[in-house]
Each structure stands twice: as structure tokens, then as C-alpha cells.
Design a binder for this molecule. Structure first.
Ligand SMILES: [Fe+2]
Ligand SMILES: [Fe+2]
Length: 298
């Protein structure tokens, strides 16, 4: 077998999703829009009881995620990527860079990354929330550039969860954690693992992906609630399932109000009508300039 063929097999085996959006589409199966439920006259319960057959690609994606996200892997990724020595870009260039991740599996309904960011931020703005929250909506997925640095999908997107302690059974496809080496390591496989009860999530290592990466990048610039949104917006096992109360402190509980407020804008703002970027650009240029330096180190 040729080297190229080997590489492409390796790539697709490591990256089962047709696009990063497939993970987010699957989230909508798990957490359907409550408003569309009301419109169609269905109750949340009916929706919950309806088991959408999850596509094999999503299942395989979670299998890879769950067996590979170990405590050591997370520390390794942090040491590697939190040096921020991959690329220096203005926010605009980063958005354009990210837009190379185009979903070609369903061109009619899927919008590019810029549209998702803008639809999220515009929905937040329309509801009159503070400008830093609008900016957070606009930036929240920029960490997905990890994928363009050659990182596998399972280390870029997906639900996030703590490592260094037992994996909660409320995590989607939690059965796959049986194959994660940490599940057999007595240091990490107890309820608290290396942590203390209610130590606070700032003490906790989260599984590695775009959330953790971009949170660290924004630490010097954005207010605390924005940082909570960035770090935990894919932490469905807590913000939707309450599976990690035992690690949270009072501050986390207060700040998670913002994470929960943000989540529907991320999940349910998708709309087939793309916002007019040319019209909106001056507003976002001012907003970015208010909080961020001219370039960011990725
Ligand atoms: Fe995200
Ligand atoms: Fe998002």
C-alpha cells in the first residue's frame, strides 16, 4: 500500500465525522430545541423517548474520543498547544482560516463556520445581552483551528468532561470509557480521583478540545463569565446533565448560569438565512478592537 493511501486511511480512521458539524447536529438529536417542540405540539418527554438512531460516524467519533482522552493526553496537549506558537493571526484572519472547514456533506442546510459564529452572536445581541457576551458568541468556536493544525476530530470537538477522576455515566456513550486506560488506573478511577470534593472546576483538568484551548487564549482579555462560557460550552455532562456537582464550588454554580444562558444560542440559533456579514462587519470590528489586541497567538 502506498504511503499516501496509508495516510488517508489513517486520517479517515482517526476522523470518522464527515465534518465537525456532525457532532453538533447530533447534539440536536439529544437536546432538541424546546421551542420547535412547542410549535409541533410535542412534549419534551416525547422527544426524549424518541431514540434517534445515532449515525455510526458519530458513535465511532465518541469511541475514539473516550478511549484517547486520558489525564496524560490532556497534560500533553496543554504543554503542546498552550505555548501558542503555531500561528499569529488577527481575529479576522482566524475566522477566514477556520472557514476552510467547510461541510460538504449537506450543502443546502449547512452554513460555514463564520455563519454559525455570527448567528450565535447576533441572537445574543438581539436579546440585549452585554457586549462581551456578544463577542463571546462570535469567538466561541475559534479554537476549532486545532483541526487545521492537524489535530484529530476527537481532540477538537465533542462533549467535554473532567479527566483525572471517574468518568460520569451521564456522558454520551459512556460505555466506551471502559477502554480508556484511566478507567483501570486506581489513581484516576474513583469518584474524586486526584481532586477534593467541591474543589472547584478551576482545579480540574477538562478533556482536551477547542473549548479548553480557546479559553486559555482569551484568559487575559475577557471577563470571568465569558471565560466560563468558553471553557464549558461543550460540558454537556454538567450544564445539561448535572453529573459533576461534586467537583463544583459556589463560584462555579453562580457562573454556570451564564454557561446555561449561552447554550441555546449556540445550539438553536442555526438558521438557513445567513446574516449579512458586510453590514455587520463594522460593529464586530469595533467590538473586537474594544477587547482584543490586533493579533492573537494560536
Ligand atoms: Fe464549540
Ligand atoms: Fe458553536
Amino acid at each position: 500500500m502506498s504511503q499516501t493511501l496509508n495516510n488517508s486511511i489513517e486520517l479517515s480512521q482517526n476522523n470518522p465525522l464527515h465534518s465537525l458539524e456532525e457532532w453538533e447536529e447530533d447534539l440536536l438529536n439529544r437536546y432538541p430545541d424546546p421551542h420547535s417542540i412547542v410549535k409541533e405540539g410535542k412534549t419534551t418527554q416525547e422527544y426524549r423517548n424518541y431514540e434517534t438512531p445515532t449515525r455510526d460516524t458519530v458513535k465511532e467519533f465518541y469511541r475514539l474520543n473516550h478511549i484517547n482522552q486520558t489525564y496524560d493526553f490532556v497534560l500533553h496537549q496543554k504543554a503542546e498547544f498552550l505555548k501558542f506558537d503555531n500561528k499569529e493571526m488577527a481575529v479576522w484572519d482566524a475566522v477566514e482560516f477556520l472557514n476552510q472547514l467547510v461541510d460538504d456533506s449537506d450543502p443546502d442546510t449547512d452554513l460555514d463556520q463564520l455563519q454559525h459564529l455570527l448567528q450565535t452572536s447576533e441572537a445574543i445581541r438581539a436579546d440585549g445581552h452585554p457586549d462581551w457576551m456578544v463577542l463571546t458568541g462570535f469567538l466561541h468556536d475559534l479554537g476549532k483551528v486545532l483541526c487545521l493544525f492537524g489535530e484529530p476530530q476527537w481532540a477538537t470537538v465533542g462533549d467535554t468532561y473532567p479527566v483525572g477522576c471517574a468518568f460520569c455515566d451521564k456522558i454520551v456513550f459512556s460505555e466506551f470509557f471502559q477502554e480508556n486506560p484511566d478507567s483501570n488506573n486506581p489513581k484516576y478511577n474513583t469518584k474524586y480521583g486526584i481532586y477534593k470534593p467541591n474543589c472547584g472546576l478551576s482545579q480540574v483538568h477538562m478533556s482536551w478540545g477547542h473549548d479548553e484551548y480557546f479559553y486559555h487564549m482569551m484568559k487575559p482579555y475577557l471577563p470571568e463569565p465569558a471565560l466560563y462560557i468558553l471553557r464549558y460550552h461543550s460540558f454537556y455532562p454538567q450544564h445539561r446533565e448535572n453529573g459533576y456537582e461534586h467537583l463544583m464550588d459556589e463560584r462555579d454554580r453562580q457562573m454556570f448560569k451564564w454557561v446555561k444562558l449561552f447554550n441555546p444560542y449556540d445550539l438553536y440559533s442555526k438558521n438557513p438565512n445567513p446574516p449579512n456579514w458586510q453590514e455587520l462587519k463594522p460593529y464586530y470590528e469595533d467590538l473586537v478592537a474594544k477587547y482584543l489586541p490586533a493579533t492573537l497567538k494560536f
